[in-house]
Design a protein around this ligand. Structure first.
Ligand code: SF4
Ligand code: SF4
Length: 261
């Protein structure tokens, strides 16, 4: 399957939250009981049952107040910090379309992915009322299950204004050209090369996005420590074999001491 991307043209978003609702409906995610915290944002955060939400950024501009609607959602990075941080083989995988997917059957709930994500996306389920999915990490799957059946993600299918669209990643140059014509900047995570691309009217931080996203240092440390651990393990095995060949097996005397040292 060709790699795909979700393009979010923020200049077209009206914050109707149809995408939020469609995501919950398709993924069978429960509603969250919320309180009014003085913001239209609802729910107040991502969770095991909220994979995407609209951000209401109210900004002073040209002597007045303006809304800049952003989205909190997995960016499906090509260089994914969550995958680099995860120590469990098969817990986070990449689909052939580019989607980064957490497999809750394999996830051990160690939360390394939570700390490895530069966009603060995976949420750890501390146990939910339904008693399902306890102690696992959750996030958007880019509807890889819908895609496997030839359908686009629920959010892009639903958006009534055309703010969300789903297309081949190879179409990025055309998207950039279109954005230039409209005076919008393109945000694709820089070196992280994300499969979710924002078209912005202002700088990323206005929309709640990091201006210069980068992998947390811990993910680099882990990518160094992991091969180092393998090298040290092999060195230990080699040393044991060398000792066996040079000196032979140790023998234990009748009093329990080691006879050859
Ligand atoms: S945004 Fe975070 S959770 Fe999503 S792929 Fe990138 S690193 Fe992983
Ligand atoms: S469905 Fe489209 S217009 Fe409505 S909130 Fe989502 S992106 Fe914005």
């Amino acid at each position: 399957m060709a790699e795909k991307m979700i393009v979010i043209d923020t200049s077209k978003c009206t914050a109707c939250r149809g995408c939020q609702t469609a995501c919950k409906q398709w993924n069978n995610l429960s509603a969250v009981v919320t309180e009014n915290h003085g913001s239209y944002e609802n729910p107040p955060d991502l969770s095991y049952s909220t994979y995407t939400r609209i951000l209401f950024n109210e900004v002073e501009k040209d002597g007045g107040l303006s809304w800049f609607f952003g989205q909190d959602r997995c960016m499906h990075c090509s260089d994914a910090g969550c995958m680099k941080a995860c120590p469990v083989p098969g817990a986070i995988t990449r689909d052939s379309n580019g989607a980064v997917v957490i497999n809750q059957d394999v996830c051990t709930g160690c939360k390394y992915c939570v700390f490895g994500c530069p966009f603060d996306i995976p949420r750890f389920d501390r146990g939910n009322a339904e008693g399902a999915g306890v102690d696992k990490a959750f996030k958007c799957t880019m509807c890889f299950d819908r895609q496997s059946m030839g359908m686009e993600p629920a959010c892009t299918k639903t958006c009534p204004t055309g703010a969300l669209s789903f297309t081949r990643s190879s179409g990025l140059p055309a998207v950039k050209a279109m954005a230039r014509q409209k005076g919008l900047s393109v945000y694709d995570g820089g070196a992280l090369n994300t499969h979710v691309v924002f078209l912005l009217e202002d700088k990323p931080s206005v929309y709640g996005l990091p201006d210069k996203p980068a992998l947390p240092a811990a993910t680099y440390l882990r990518s160094v420590l992991k091969p180092l651990g393998v090298v040290l393990f092999l060195a230990g095995v080699f040393a044991a074999i060398a000792h066996f060949v040079a000196i032979g097996p140790g023998e234990t005397d009748e009093e329990g001491g080691d006879s050859d040292v």
